[in-house]
Design a protein around this ligand. Sequence first.
Ligand SMILES: [Zn+2]
Length: 269
Amino acid sequence: MIQLAEGIAPPQAALDALKRYQQEVTDAGKYSEQVVKAKERFSAYNKKGNLAFDAVKVTLTAMCSGARRCCYCEDAPADEVEHIWPKDLYPERAFRWENYLYACGPCNGPKNNGFAIFQGDAVRSVARKPMAPVVPPPTGDTVLIDPRYEDPLEFLILDLKTWRFQASAPEGTRDERRATYTLTLLHLNDREYLRQAREEAFEGYVALLEKYITRRDAGKDTQPTRGALRRRGHPTVWREMQRQWDKYDELRSLFGQAPEAQSKDFLEA
Ligand SMILES: [Zn+2]
């Protein structure tokens, strides 16, 4: 799960169109009508040829890692405009730019209307059950980590042996509950192929870093190797290598030979 770059937005014309679409939802009147309208209008507008959504998708693509990889799992191609706050529960956010990210079907599908809030320190799901009355969800702080505003790696740590994420905060704390809820809702640990992909990404990053050191020591241009590192999938694996290099012999040796690779700016330079 990656934090999306801030300060990127679609052109003003697209944002203005989203505002108009949102107004149509508001104009539907009471909450239950807004829920129906949000769903119906989103299906109608979120189509190829709609200039606003075409622009939204171009911008969301630029915010993805690698070759337009899903912002949740970092693995599969992203092809769905996902509402972080589900539009069925929060129709007032159906056309909010800040509520969008690009996700893949296997992440977006099961998440569906899953959402939870804190009531005191308890996590309360607000997902609407089938046939339940369509009323606004209770208010409270959001539990799901919001990668538009938050860095998931402030809550999560990737174990570089099991390739599973863990909560970094102590058990029972709010931050731990947020991490655990997010991992469960998005199935970030229980998909075997994701763990395999993280391990493969790790091997790829190691090979590229070795190549970088060889080229640097031979006085060759390292720019192409750094470009390859930047484009490699599963950027969280790279960030965790930077964060945890001193815990593993193999990484200690590599990052010791290339201390510049420990820096966050290494791939930007
Ligand atoms: Zn995904």
